[in-house]
Design a protein around this ligand. Structure first.
Ligand code: BG6
Length: 513
């Protein structure tokens, strides 16, 4: 089975390791992802000397263009999307390694052309026959492109070279389609060759959850149901759907954010310590958590989930349109732009500890964080302070925009009376390690080039994520919402989201930044 397949550990230590010689092929190169993230990330790797000198990129797109024209375009785009100062000599070195192939992904002739180009590129740039293919296409091409590559021998690993595929999200649109896609791909490639990307795992602070938990002795002993009251995970966005209305209206907030990004945050926060940082050791523990999440019955979907859609409103003093008035969105759309869910994890560590999660667009702050709320002190010694006035301790993992960790606890207010106030002890990444400018894709691309799949999703993990949301999708489909839009832009979602916690004596922690 895919999940038990042995994953060879990277041969050499990963820190500071220069990536293997290779060529990267980008399917759907004309899209936004290439110019905003992939090219700047590759350039950053080159400037940190983590990219092999024996490297090349081949872009494939439907726009008729020569390689020279493509290089000009990449250069123009790069001026806009570089994350730091551009070194003209380095860019010149880099751009000479970019090639372009024009073709339709459904046409077998495109793969013949690609094969010829790769043979030449391999010779010119000494890429050692190592190729990885990045699917930056519309999701309906993922399966057929991998098949096309395999049919043309481009997935075959022999003579010591490797072939890998990076697949963007969305990986399927429900459990059945995700399974079907896995089957289609795994017929022609092995799990070891497949890198399902989730850009949340490229974020430093998401990776830092592992460091916080497993590199420190003080947290693990209290990281369980005896000490933790509940956990909140919020991924709040101020933006609306911008130009992505066409895609978003077929997806909605649940599909767009929960089985992927939010499940990553849950599994890293809740997993057991892995036996090593080898890819499958980490992913086995993540997968176990996903499997331990209690499946929803139809009744539970009604009581434990909330959906919302934004109406118009005012944000930062500006009027913004309702979701239904956005470009590409039907005026009677029933797609949710907000979701809040209460989950329980059935294992010894977490039994009875609610995990509340929410995500939405057009909320008052752009803020992703995990709040670990500890149980209250068992006995209140301080008579002049109302029990309710004492907030329990909270450890907050700030993922973005600030990156850091804060701990909230009670302290005595100065003065003759014994009165308590809340204080925060803050650690900010930037204060200790300085600001690093990167796209979030550097680590993931580099990992693929050295064969480390730890931060990529395995087939079973993707399917487990979908299994959790599938009952919700089914019930929501059967009972379309009648009250959309149900929150104005610029507020924290529908009132039912607050009620989800309030009826259990809890409340969301909101960060308005
Ligand atoms: C994407 C979603 O995967 O993640 C978008 O499709 C969302 O809808 C984005 O805006 C959020 O990513 P980030 O890195 O800005 O938190």
């Amino acid at each position: 089975m895919a999940q038990t397949e042995a994953q060879p550990a990277p041969a050499k230590p990963r820190v500071g390791r220069v990536a293997d010689p290779c060529a990267m092929v980008i399917f759907g190169v004309s899209g936004d992802l290439t110019r905003r993230k992939l090219i700047p990330a590759l350039y950053n790797l080159a400037s940190q000397q983590l990219l092999s000198r024996e490297f090349a990129v081949v872009g494939i797109g439907r726009t008729p263009m020569t390689t020279e024209e493509a290089r000009k375009k990449y250069s123009e785009d790069f001026k806009q999307f570089a994350t730091g100062a551009i070194d003209p000599d380095l860019w010149e070195w880099f751009v000479r390694r970019l090639h372009y192939v024009n073709g339709d992904f459904n046409d077998p002739a495109t793969y013949d052309k690609l094969k010829e180009t790769l043979a030449k590129v391999d010779q010119d740039h000494a890429t050692h026959g190592n190729f990885f293919f990045y699917m930056a296409t519309a999701p309906n091409y993922f399966g057929s492109v991998v098949e096309g590559l395999a049919q043309h021998g481009l997935m075959t690993e022999d003579n010591g070279h490797w072939r890998r595929v990076i697949i963007e999200k969305p990986f399927g649109h429900d459990l059945d389609s995700a399974k079907a896609l896995n089957q289609q791909i795994l017929k022609v490639a092995t799990e070891r060759q497949i890198y399902r990307i989730d850009h949340y795992l490229g974020k430093e602070t998401v990776q830092n959850i592992l460091a916080l938990r497993f590199a420190n002795g003080i947290f693990e002993p209290i990281w369980n149901r005896r000490y933790i009251d509940h956990i909140q995970i919020s991924v709040a966005e101020t933006v609306g759907v911008e130009t992505r209305g066409g895609y978003y209206d077929t997806a909605g907030a649940l599909r767009d954010m929960v089985p992927n990004h939010i499940m990553q945050l849950i599994s890293l926060t809740a997993m057991e310590p892995p036996i090593s940082f080898e890819a499958n050791a980490v992913r086995d523990e993540q997968a176990k958590i996903l499997h331990a999440i209690q499946p929803f019955t139809s009744e539970e979907v009604l009581s434990k989930t909330v959906r919302g859609q934004y109406g118009d409103g005012t944000m930062n003093g500006q009027r913004v349109p309702a979701y239904r008035a956005e470009q590409g969105v039907p005026p009677d759309s029933r797609t949710e732009t907000f979701v809040a869910i209460k989950l329980l994890i059935d294992n010894w560590r977490w039994a009875g500890v609610p995990f509340y999660l929410r995500t939405g667009k057009r909320l008052p702050g752009r803020n992703t964080h995990v709040v670990i709320q500890f149980r209250r002190a068992p006995f209140i010694l301080f008579r002049e302070t109302q029990v309710e006035d004492l907030m329990p301790n909270q450890l907050v993992l700030h993922i973005q925009p600030e990156e850091g960790i804060s701990l909230r606890f009670a302290a005595k207010k100065p003065g003759p009376a014994m009165q308590l106030g809340e204080v925060d002890m803050d650690f900010e990444y930037a204060d200790y390690f300085g600001q690093t400018s990167n796209t979030g894709y550097e680590r993931l691309l580099h990992d693929c080039m050295i064969g480390d799949a730890t931060l990529f999703q395995r087939a079973d993990m993707v399917e487990a994520g979908w299994s959790i949301v599938n009952p919700v999708l089914d019930v929501w489909k059967a009972l379309p919402p009648r009250n959309f839009p149900n929150y104005p832009s610029g507020c924290w979602g529908p009132k039912e989201s607050d009620e989800l916690l309030e009826r259990e004596g809890r409340r969301w922690r909101n960060f308005e930044q």
